[in-house]
Design a protein around this ligand. Structure first.
Ligand code: TRP
Length: 322
């Protein structure tokens, strides 16, 4: 049993790439590991500057997780900002982190290259992320490839701190799942909120249909054979179907005679069916929002005990508690 930790940013509506790459595997970890799962609203604050939007996205993300099966009894589940110790630790770590380390951050450089005018929070984002991980003595951090460097930075910060102040922090290991290939959006690029090509997890039926009908394909005629591995519809279908169904569809592609329109309809039905029980559960939770606040509050209380313990040690070590 290891301590597994990861967070998701509430910077938009969560989509099926978030689900398959992060949420679904995280929810599975609760069965056999010590799971720490949280909504990183302080990180989202580096890019969202509308209070209602951030508040709303945070609650929606919490509802999504709970509806999809995250069990707050089996795991630690909370909203990042409910644990103020994380920002305290961020400051302490900042004073022990070289600028050079942050200047090498790809994620920061990419954002600046895209024309985003960076605020100081965006620059120190990796330090907050290090605090997220180190505060809870997390061992395994499941993340996408784009976050690998952030885990390396966390390890650098932890090592440097440990050398200076004694062995306080656990050095975390990233867990990058290679079996989740890039999930295409409806335009065929990587599915991402910033490309505006997402299919959301809890999309209403009409929008879901519209989006699926828009999935970009090549123009092979209905009767001709098609290459399933080059098809965006097939790539999405594989996420939802069982192996038998996948093989049947693969044969149909290779044989020819099946049009993309028909496959899109099948995909639509499949997605609808897949999320249906979760959708019902989500409705129930939404109608009992007071209970959701309770769950988050309790989650924060439980998690905070771990945080306070680590922060106490850190404050003693650096001479802040006197
Ligand atoms: N930066 C991560 C992302 O955008 C989110 C995140 C914040 C995170 N803190 C974390 C992930 C701690 C893992 C562990 O995906």
């Amino acid at each position: 049993m290891s301590r597994v930790l990861s967070g998701i940013q509430p910077s938009g509506t969560l989509h099926i790439a978030n689900y398959f790459a992060m949420m679904k595997p995280m929810i599975r970890f609760q069965e056999e590991h010590d799971l720490f799962c949280f909504i990183v609203n302080y990180h989202a604050l580096t890019s969202v500057n509308d209070g209602n939007e951030l508040r709303n996205n945070t609650m929606e993300a919490a509802l999504d997780f709970l509806a999809l099966g995250l069990d707050p009894e089996k795991s630690y589940f909370w909203v990042q900002s409910d644990i103020p110790e994380v920002t305290e630790l961020t400051w302490i770590l900042s004073c022990n982190t070289s600028l050079g380390l942050l200047e090498r951050s790809h994620s920061y450089k990419d954002k600046v290259a895209k024309g985003i005018v960076p605020n100081a929070g965006l620059y120190t984002y990796p330090v907050l992320m290090a605090a997220d991980i180190l505060l809870y003595n997390a061992e395994i951090i499941p993340v996408g490839k784009d976050q690998k460097q952030h885990i390396e930075i966390t390890r650098d910060i932890a090592e440097r701190f440990n050398n200076q102040f004694g062995n306080i922090f656990v050095l975390p290991e990233p867990l990058i799942s290679d079996d989740i290939a890039v999930i295409p959006g409806i335009d065929g690029q990587k599915m991402s909120k910033s490309y505006n090509n997402t299919i959301n997890i809890f999309e209403d039926e009409k929008t879901l249909k519209k989006k699926i009908m828009k999935i970009v394909t090549d123009s092979t005629p209905v009767e001709d054979p098609k290459d399933p591995e080059k098809c965006n519809i097939f790539a999405l279908y594989k996420l939802f179907a069982d192996n038998d169904k996948i093989e049947i569809l693969r044969d149909k592609y290779i044989k020819g005679g099946t049009g993309y329109g028909e496959v899109k309809k099948e995909l639509f039905e499949l997605i609808l069916e897949y999320f249906k029980p979760y959708k019902n559960r989500r409705e129930e939770l939404k109608n009992d929002i007071g209970e959701v606040y309770n769950i988050l509050k309790k989650g924060a209380q439980k998690t905070r005990e771990v945080a306070v313990e680590t922060l106490d040690q850190v404050k003693k070590a650096v001479g802040i508690s006197y």
